[in-house]
Design a protein around this ligand. Structure first.
Ligand code: AMP
Ligand code: MG
Length: 402
């Protein structure tokens, strides 16, 4: 049995980075950047008005009301490219370039046009620089604005668009095969007979993998039969970067997943992790395919996928933070650890009226209770040790993907 931290280290060591690909900007959302993003222009690219109003010289309007002659108009996309002189004003719109000679913009609400629009009365004075964003105040041309390894969110799409990245270089999607094992399983569209249950793991794992940008292939259900398992595994690794199985890795007499892997000549990196739930998790490689043999229990599947498989999928795409981030929260109820294993227990995070982040352990029926587990937003990570952790203690928490 190896500690969780060591298991994650092994996953990172054994996980190769996949090739990169180029996609059009709208396709880049959620993917991992494979290049640094460099600004090709200043932002703003010119001194820009932040308000609709009048470009003025602050000293001309030090005493108000001040009457100025309107000499032109600067609109967004159609600036007024002359020198503005003392006693003059230029009508200006938000996003338009501020003319040379002007050093402030007074907002339209504090002005009044007179003399049928040939003059403007400025009703309040302004400081130099008011309502002007100077050229390059936000970003200088040549600056690195996003780094390789960052995951592209919706706000970053604006950054990519603004600097002309019609095509974006990103890590390619991992091809992931998912296989549920167990002779008790029937598929979602079947009515389970006596002693049978519907397979849920194939769908959960496929959903989690898709959230990590994988191209997912769901394999047919495999019974507890070494020959059948070997056939399916051998064929899946031909066309997948990662194979994720569930079930058949415990100590039962019908747990054949490990035997199948070994008979196929897979290299096993670990097969037991000091983790609750999820002790019998297997990590192996066959050919160039990484294999995660997750336990069958649906809750164990969620925990082990998120600790190990998600880490590998993100690392493959070049993420600079492939592992889950730890945070800290105050435990809302007493909770007990396990003697020799680290625990990752389902919880809901909420803040109390003082603004403290609380981790509320889920009331649930144990490792097989996936219906309750679905309400969890985080996992409480307790260190190994059979002691009671009292309500009010600070504990580590890991966010679950929503
Ligand atoms: P195993 O690890 O194969 O011993 O399975 C542990 C528990 O998880 C058993 O109760 C199985 O019936 C259940 N289980 C295994 N595979 C699945 C699956 N694909 N969907 C739902 N439950 C499963
Ligand atoms: Mg089984």
């Amino acid at each position: 049995m190896i500690p969780v931290k060591e298991a994650i280290q092994i996953v990172l060591q054994q996980t190769p980075k996949l090739d990169t690909e180029s996609v059009s900007l709208p396709q880049a959302l959620g993917r991992i950047l494979a290049e640094d993003i460099i600004a090709d222009t200043d932002l703003p690219p010119f001194d820009r008005a932040q308000m609709d109003g009048y470009a003025v010289r602050a000293e001309d309007v030090a005493r108000t009301p001040a009457c100025l002659r309107i000499v032109g108009e600067s609109a967004a996309g159609a600036g007024w490219h002359h020198e503005m002189k003392a006693g003059e004003a230029v009508r200006i719109m938000t996003g338009a370039p501020v003319p040379a000679g002007a050093d402030a913009v007074q907002q339209v609400e504090l002005t009044r046009e007179i003399q049928s629009g040939s003059q403007v009365e400025i009703l309040e004075s302004v400081d130099v620089g008011r309502s002007i964003v100077k050229r390059a105040a936000e970003i200088k041309s040549g600056e690195t604005v996003l780094r390789a390894g960052e995951q592209i969110n919706a706000a970053m799409i604006a950054t990519l668009a603004s600097f002309g990245y019609a095509q974006v270089k990103i890590g390619r999607r991992p091809r992931v095969a998912v296989m549920a094992t167990g002779s008790e399983l029937v598929s979602v569209d079947e009515k389970p007979g006596a002693d049978q249950i519907r397979d849920s793991n194939n769908y959960t794992i496929a959903a989690y993998a898709a959230q990590s940008n994988a191209i997912v292939e769901r394999l047919p259900l495999a019974g507890d039969d070494t020959k059948e398992l070997k056939q399916q595994i051998a064929s899946a690794v031909e066309r997948s970067d990662v194979l994720i199985t569930s079930g058949g890795v415990s100590m039962g007499v019908y747990d054949f997943t490990k035997a199948a892997l070994k008979e196929l000549g897979a290299e096993i990196f670990f097969e037991r992790v000091a983790l609750r739930p999820g002790k019998p998790t297997v990590f192996a490689r066959l050919g160039n395919t990484l294999i995660f043999g997750l336990p069958g229990n649906p809750v164990s599947v969620s925990v082990t996928f998120n600790l190990f498989a998600r880490t590998a999928l993100r690392a493959m795409q070049g993420a600079n933070d492939p592992t889950h981030a730890h945070e800290y929260a105050v435990l809302a109820r007493d909770l007990k650890g396990s003697i020799d294993r680290e625990s990752y227990l389902p919880a809901v995070l909420r803040t109390d009226e003082k603004g403290t982040l609380l981790a509320e352990p889920l009331k649930w029926g144990g490792s097989s209770d996936f219906v309750s587990f679905a309400r969890a937003t985080a996992l409480i990570n307790l260190p190994a040790g059979d002691r009671k952790i009292a309500a009010g203690s600070v504990v580590r928490v890991v966010h679950l993907p929503s």
